[in-house]
Design a protein around this ligand. Structure first.
Ligand SMILES: [Fe+2]
Ligand SMILES: [Fe+2]
Length: 167
């Protein structure tokens, strides 16, 4: 179902479509993270990504709860945006030989993912409130907060040395 599909008529339809989009995205991220963890060489970076893999599993479960509370089936819809981000991450990190440069590339790719999630959860939280679904908004906000925290941790890691060592 494309974004401008005739199936989307109301705010509610749009909300559900966007939920399906991020549900698909989270599942793709869950599949991609182990490869990024494997490639990362800095221990803190590996641990951070590993911890976020656990959080990502939690995001998927929270989304399933949101679907349930909203009375719709939990299912994903293709999200070419996240596919593109992950594909690019794979390509860029595949080409880097220097370990520290590789870590810098992994951080950059991971932050692109976080920013995608942040934009989606920001919108979804606002729409849930607009639709009077404070219960759904509260769950979506929790995912949003964890994406923000993950992004900040990556910034700190980058600034604390990985980028500098790579220069
Ligand atoms: Fe997530
Ligand atoms: Fe994330």
């Amino acid at each position: 179902m494309g974004l401008f599909s005739k199936d989307i008529k109301t705010m509610d339809d749009l909300f559900v479509h966007q939920l399906q989009d991020i549900y698909y995205a989270e599942k793709q991220i869950k599949k991609a993270l182990p490869t990024m963890i494997e490639k990362a060489t800095d221990t803190q970076l590996r641990n951070g990504l590993q911890a976020h893999l656990g959080e990502t599993e939690g995001h998927i479960r929270r989304l399933e709860q949101v679907f349930q509370q909203h009375g719709v089936e939990a299912k994903g819809t293709d999200c070419p945006a996240i596919d593109g981000i992950l594909e690019e991450a794979d390509e860029v990190t595949g080409e880097v030989e220097d370990k520290q440069v590789l870590d810098a590339a992994i951080i950059a790719a991971a932050q692109a993912v976080e920013h995608y999630e942040i934009t989606r959860y920001g919108t979804l939280t606002a729409w849930a409130k607009q639709l009077g679904r404070e219960d759904c908004a509260a769950l979506l906000q929790q995912n949003l907060d964890e994406e923000h925290a993950a992004d900040s941790k990556l910034t700190k890691l980058a600034e604390s040395g990985i980028n500098r060592q790579a220069a």
